[in-house]
Design a protein around this ligand. Structure first.
Ligand code: SAM
Ligand code: DTB
Ligand code: SF4
Length: 328
């Protein structure tokens, strides 16, 4: 049985990451089979509850106020609209619902109170509720937890060394501090990154190393491929190849065997065959629905057809692998 380790060295991870691709996929597949239900893929839905106008300068992000993009800016959605969207997501087979806001950090104001109500409402539908609202304090994380929040998403995005080429308005340490606040409040941690930002292979290994050597692995690790958006500084970046996604996913699966590895942004450009390789390599979750937060994603019916073709079943909510119930 694969072991959960938090003492991985960078060299060990680099060796796994750089191994021959077939061997890497095989090893990841074995770990996946031991530690996860391989035929199951969790279907999650994203909803941008507050879009655009963000003061941060993340070079990839269409929601940063300083870039001229075509994003439709809107203030916080109404409660009823959010609940309606969550119900539709549930009817379409999603078991996790993630609400995103283009905030630098949470502030203790009316908007936050309204988000707490939304969390309560969505959790009442039996969905795993996740939020991604920027930086937060431990007290704010506790309030979210009390409202019924299951998980909080806060990506490290890239390695510490590459961070300032992508974001200058906050520090890597700010991100790590938020993850500590989330963890201390007893909320499940969702943290991963993006590839295709112009980072080196060492940066990818560095990101994976930081995640895998946190005191406890994030329960959920999204692997995003950059979706280059017109108007952002990274609009001209070349899309990453599926082999790079596979290397990231497989390495993440091997070094964080108990975590959900989420094939996140970038699926819209991937064939079913390419996605199947990502599932073989250990990915066990997707975001469904025609939009991620602001960019296109495959439609429900396309994913339904893919699940049928590949013999995959949607993973139920709140499921933890028995082998992990004690240890993580
Ligand atoms: N503002 C909050 C924050 O940054 O934590 C929450 C929302 S933010 C849009 C959530 C995540 O979406 C980012 O951390 C980043 O990893 C991902 N993301 C944003 N734009 C992306 C893009 N163009 N391609 C791929 N991933 C992207
Ligand atoms: C994550 O890692 N990927 C999702 C979710 N967490 C919040 C967001 C992807 C956003 C892609 C760009 C967009 O649609 O705006
Ligand atoms: Fe703002 Fe989040 Fe986009 Fe960065 S990724 S600009 S913090 S919405």
């Amino acid at each position: 049985m694969a072991e959960i380790r938090n003492d991985w060295t960078r060299d060990e991870i680099a060796e796994i990451y750089n191994g021959p691709i077939m061997e890497l996929m095989y090893k990841a597949s074995v770990v996946h089979h031991e530690m996860q239900a391989t035929g199951e893929v969790q279907v999650c839905t994203l909803l941008s509850v507050k879009t655009g106008g963000c003061p941060e300068d993340c070079a990839y992000c269409p929601q940063a106020a300083r870039y001229q993009t075509e994003v439709q800016v809107h203030k916080l959605l109404e409660y009823d609209e959010v609940i309606t969207k969550a119900l539709i997501a549930k009817e379409n087979g999603s078991t996790r619902f993630c609400m995103g806001a283009a905030w630098r950090n949470i502030r203790d104001n009316r908007d936050f109170d309204n988000v707490l109500e939304m969390v309560k409402g969505v959790s009442g539908l039996g969905l795993e509720v996740c939020c991604t609202l920027g930086m937060l304090t431990e007290d704010q994380a506790r309030k979210l937890k009390e409202a019924g929040l299951y998980a909080y998403n806060h990506n490290l995005d890239t390695s510490e060394e590459h961070y300032h080429d992508i974001i200058t308005t906050r520090e890597y340490k700010d991100r790590l501090d938020t993850l500590t606040h989330v963890r201390n409040a007893g909320v499940s941690v969702c943290s991963g990154g993006i590839i295709g930002l112009g980072e080196s292979e060492e940066d990818r290994v560095g990101l994976l190393h930081t995640l895998a050597t946190l005191p406890q692995h994030p329960e959920s690790v999204p692997v995003n491929a950059l979706v280059p958006v017109k108007g952002t500084p990274l609009e001209e970046m070349k899309r990453v190849s599926v082999w790079e996604m596979i290397r990231m996913i497989a390495t993440a699966r091997i070094i964080m065997p108990g975590s959900m590895i989420r094939l996140s942004a970038g699926r819209d450009e991937m064939s079913v065959e390419e996605q199947a390789l990502c599932f073989m390599a250990g990915a066990n979750s997707i975001f469904a629905g025609e939009k991620l937060l602001t960019t296109p994603n495959p439609e429900f019916h396309e994913d339904k057809a893919m699940f049928e073709l590949l013999g995959l079943t949607p993973r139920p909510s709140y499921k933890q692998h028995p082998s992990l119930a004690e240890s993580n």
